[in-house]
Design a protein around this ligand. Structure first.
Ligand code: UD1
Length: 426
């Protein structure tokens, strides 16, 4: 359980951890070549540690050094091609092992991935894209059994710019001799980070950050030392918290381009957004936020992963806001919990109408996913009295030491879990 006493104005400087969503495909990417890889700025969150356990199951030797935020991964010449462990289904990122196992060993037998309960999250686009590149699938057993029957270079068109499908195809294409083009590719920060990682490892990759990514696969891969870029979602969470609490928070070591849609919205609700330098953003909460409308979209639209936190802000804004969730069909579970705290939110289909209230009240609420969980912490920061957030393990899946960092910014917050499991790994 996390306990938050409302009322503190946050202030100070904070540095986000390495991005969880970037680390997961990169952990699959290291499997493309045997040898020793070193990942710095490694985020110590549950999802990345689960992914490491899966790498160990495939035959890797991994050493995580928490004090240095470093993971050293020794990849063997031959990988196991099947994963049975049920932890596979506890994270979404496990699906990236499909692309790399097929690229390296031409076969994979894996369970279906899991992840936050925010929608059905099928993998049809991953399958369709890989089929176009010569992979055959057998899904009859309830597992994903895939075999490469001739790696075919060519063009793949994604019916929707899925982040995960784009990343899986990038990983698979990295070892294909010939050129693969992914059309209608995702442009999200983690796709750009994965592209930069592959490029640094020796892959010829063009169009990173655009809708058309071209990859000329190679066997001349080099295990490298790579620093995981910082987490724009964690950064965004602190900036929203600053705007909500009338605070003055600077987030450093961020790529402002990845936060552009959020920064526009923070200005729209009345916060002052200042670029301190090319990698530091300061947000000052000036007065009670004003209402604003939000529609989540693929990047560069407003990120679905910041919708819950922004909703907490709009819950106390002056006026009526409309939130439309386009990306995931079931990402409204935090609304019910916010209403327990006195928010006035009604949902119809993929739209929510938020009538801003003057004050939220502390209550006992339940986190249902990573970002929904952090949105409840933000609500607790501005609520009267104490908010207790149950099922906080969701939050620890994606945020490293969020409680400690918010505490350093002046929040009155405690967690029973802290980073106990992570520390034990040293
Ligand atoms: C990734 C992020 C997640 C973020 C999401 C959108 C990771 C580990 N997770 O998730 O935090 O919220 O991007 O920015 O990076 N879809 C299909 N078929 C598919 C694949 C996706 O219908 O084969 C649908 C999904 O159900 C969803 C939408 O496409 O409605 C977006 O999914 P996608 O972009 O693939 O997100 P993820 O990679 O799952």
């Amino acid at each position: 359980m996390i306990r938050v006493q409302g009322g503190a104005k946050l202030s100070g400087v904070v540095k986000p951890a390495g991005a969880k969503n970037t680390t997961l495909p990169i952990l699959a990417g290291v499997l493309l070549k045997e040898g020793e890889w070193v990942l710095n700025n490694f985020p110590l969150v549950q999802d990345t540690l689960v992914m490491i356990k899966l790498l160990e199951e495939l035959g890797c030797k991994v050493k995580v050094k928490p004090a240095k935020h470093q993971a050293v991964i020794k990849v063997p010449t031959k990988l196991n091609t099947s994963v049975e462990s049920n932890i596979f289904s506890s994270i979404r990122g496990s699906i990236f092992l499909l692309g790399t196992l097929l690229a390296r060993e031409s076969e994979a037998l894996i369970p279906y991935p899991g992840g936050c309960n925010i929608g059905q999250r099928p993998i049809d686009l991953h399958i369709k894209g890989l089929e176009a590149l010569g992979v055959k699938f057998d899904l009859a057993s309830g597992l994903i059994h895939a075999k490469v029957e001739g790696k075919v270079a060519g063009r793949v068109y994604l019916d929707y710019p899925s982040v995960g499908a784009t990343e899986n195809l990038m990983l698979f294409a990295s070892l294909i001799s010939g050129e693969v083009t992914i059309d209608n590719a995702a442009q999200e920060p983690q796709v750009v980070d994965l592209g930069n990682f592959l490029k640094a490892s020796g892959v010829n990759i063009y169009g990173i950050g655009t809708h058309s990514i071209k990859i000329k696969g190679t066997r001349r891969f080099n295990p490298i030392m790579f620093s995981i870029p910082s987490d724009p979602l964690e950064a965004g969470t602190f900036l929203i918290a600053s705007a909500m609490t009338g605070g003055d928070v600077t987030v450093k070591d961020v790529n402002p381009k990845f936060l552009n849609p959020l920064l526009h919205k923070l200005s729209e609700v009345g916060a002052e957004v200042r670029m301190q330098n090319t990698t530091s953003i300061r947000v000052l909460g000036k007065s009670r936020p004003r209402a604003a409308n939000i529609k989540t979209l693929p990047f560069p639209g407003f990120p679905t992963d910041l919708q819950p936190q922004m909703t907490s802000l709009l819950a106390i804004a002056e006026g009526v806001s409309l939130v439309v969730e386009i990306v995931f069909e079931n990402r409204f579970q935090h609304f019910r919990e916010l209403n327990k705290m006195g928010a006035h939110i009604t949902v119809e289909g993929r739209q929510a109408i938020i009538r801003g209230v003057d004050k939220l009240q502390g209550a006992e609420v339940i986190a249902s996913d990573i970002r929904g969980g952090s949105s409840l912490i933000l609500a607790g920061l501005v609520a009267e009295g104490e908010t207790r957030i149950l099922d906080d393990f969701h939050i620890h899946r994606g945020y490293e030491n969020l409680m400690g960092k918010l505490g350093n910014l002046g929040a009155n917050i405690t967690s029973q879990i802290a980073n106990r499991e992570v520390q034990a790994d040293e």
